[in-house]
Design a protein around this ligand. Structure first.
Ligand SMILES: [Zn+2]
Length: 366
C-alpha cells in the first residue's frame, strides 16, 4: 500500500466512504511494511513486540474544517485510538496570545486578567509519536519523512510545527530538534507517548496547569492561580517538585535553558529545603506504598498512620507554598481521607474527601 497523506483522509470523510483504520494507517513510502528497514524492524520488534505504524486521526475543528492529527504509534496503542474524533465546542475569544519574549523565545501571554480555574486553551496536538523511539533503532529520518509527508507542506500544522523553537544540537535534524524541544509527555494506552503542541513558557512556579484527555485527544490548559493581563502564562513540563539543582540540570540538559522564575532567582527562599523534603517523601516510596505500610504485620498501625498523615500535611503545605498545589495535591487529599476513614474519624474523612472532589473537579478533564 502506498503512502497516504492527510488530504486523502479528508476526501474519505467528505465522500462518506469507509473510514476504516486500514485506509489511514498505511506505511510511508520507501521504508518497507513497518516504516523502517527489515533489520531494524526485527530489532524494534524484539524490544517492543509491536509494529510502529503511521496514523492519522480525523476531526472537525470549530470552524467546520476537517483536520487531522498525524503521527506514528505502536499497533497496540493504535487499537485504542479512534479514527475520528468528535468536534469540540466553539471556544470563547482567546484570553491569550502567542508571542515572543526577549531571551525566552515564543510562548503564551495573557491578553486579559484570567481567574483561577479558568480554561485558557483547548487544543489538539500537531503530532503524536512514541517516547520509546529514542531508545530503539528506528530509522528516524525515514520516519520523519513519512510523518511530514502526511502533514503536507501546505498545511497549517506544517507551518505551526516549523515555527516552533529548536534548542537541540545541530547534529539533530530540524524536525526531531523541534519535537525534542516542544513535545509534552502523555499516556496513551499503557505506553508513554509524546505529543507536539503549542510552545509554552516553563516555570518552576507555574500559573497554569495542563491535562491530557486520552479519549478526546486534547490538551487543556487552565489557570492554577489568578493571572494578570500581560503576564506570561507558564506551565511546568519538567518535574517542578525537585530542588533547584535537579531542575537546573534537567532544564539545561534537555532544553539548553536557564530558568529565571522567581523561585530560581530568589536565593533567600526556603524552596530548596521544602522541595527536597517533598522529594524525599514521594521519591523514596510512593504514597501508595507508604499507605500500605500501615497494614504491615507487626507495625503499630496507629503510629504509622499518624506519621503518614504528618508527611501528607507537610507535603501539602510545601506544595501550596511553592505554588504547585494544583498539579500535585489531589492524591494527598485522597490519602488523608483514607487514613482518617481507617480510624472512623468521619468529619475529617469527609473534609479531605470533599477537598479531593473539589480539586479533581476544578482540574477540568474535558
Ligand atoms: Zn525556575
Amino acid at each position: 500500500m502506498s503512502a497516504i497523506i492527510s488530504r486523502t483522509s479528508f476526501d474519505t470523510v467528505d465522500s462518506g466512504r469507509d473510514t476504516s483504520r486500514a485506509d489511514h494507517d498505511a506505511p510511508p513510502k520507501n521504508v518497507g511494511e513497518h516504516g523502517f528497514t527489515p533489520a531494524k524492524v526485527k530489532d524494534a520488534e524484539k524490544i517492543l513486540g509491536q509494529d510502529l505504524i503511521l496514523c492519522d486521526i480525523v476531526y472537525e475543528d470549530p470552524k467546520n474544517e476537517v483536520r487531522c492529527i498525524n503521527g506514528a504509534v505502536y499497533t497496540n496503542t493504535r487499537k485504542t485510538l479512534p479514527s475520528m474524533l468528535p468536534k469540540l465546542l466553539t471556544p470563547p475569544p482567546p484570553s491569550y496570545k502567542i508571542c515572543g519574549v526577549a531571551g525566552k523565545g515564543k510562548g503564551v501571554v495573557a491578553l486579559r486578567d484570567i481567574a483561577m480555574g479558568e480554561i485558557i486553551m483547548i487544543e489538539r496536538p500537531i503530532l503524536i509519536y512514541p517516547l520509546m523511539l529514542l531508545t530503539t533503532c528506528v530509522d528516524r529520518n525515514t520516519l520523519a519523512e513519512g510523518m511530514l509527508q502526511r502533514l503536507g507542506e501546505d498545511s497549517d500544522d506544517y507551518s505551526r510545527l516549523f515555527s516552533l523553537t529548536n534548542v537541540k544540537s545541530k547534529k539533530t535534524s530540524e524536525f526531531w530538534g523541534i519535537l525534542g524541544t516542544n513535545a509534552l509527555k502523555v499516556t496513551l494506552n499503557e505506553g508513554v507517548e509524546r505529543i507536539l503542541t503549542n510552545l509554552w513558557f516553563y516555570s518552576c512556579d507555574p500559573n497554569a496547569t495542563w491535562t491530557f484527555n486520552r479519549r478526546l485527544i486534547i490538551i487543556t490548559a487552565q489557570a492554577s492561580r489568578p493571572i494578570l493581563a500581560g503576564e506570561e502564562i507558564t506551565i511546568a513540563y519538567e518535574d517542578a517538585t525537585q530542588p533547584h539543582a535537579g531542575r537546573r540540570f534537567d532544564l539545561e540538559r534537555k532544553y539548553k535553558f536557564k530558568c529565571s522564575c522567581g523561585i530560581c532567582t530568589n536565593t533567600s527562599s526556603t524552596s530548596d529545603q521544602d522541595r527536597a523534603y517533598y522529594g524525599n517523601v514521594t521519591a523514596t516510596a510512593s504514597l501508595e506504598i507508604l499507605y500500605g505500610m500501615i497494614f504491615f504485620p507487626g507495625f503499630n498501625t496507629h503510629e504509622v498512620a499518624k506519621n503518614f498523615q504528618e508527611h501528607l500535611i507537610r507535603g501539602l503545605i510545601t506544595l501550596k507554598k511553592e505554588g504547585i498545589e494544583m498539579d500535585n495535591a489531589a492524591y494527598y487529599y485522597v490519602y488523608l481521607m483514607k487514613t482518617y476513614g481507617l480510624f472512623g474519624e468521619k468529619t475529617k474523612m469527609r473534609k479531605w474527601g470533599f477537598k479531593a472532589i473539589l480539586m479533581y473537579s476544578s482540574i477540568r478533564q474535558i
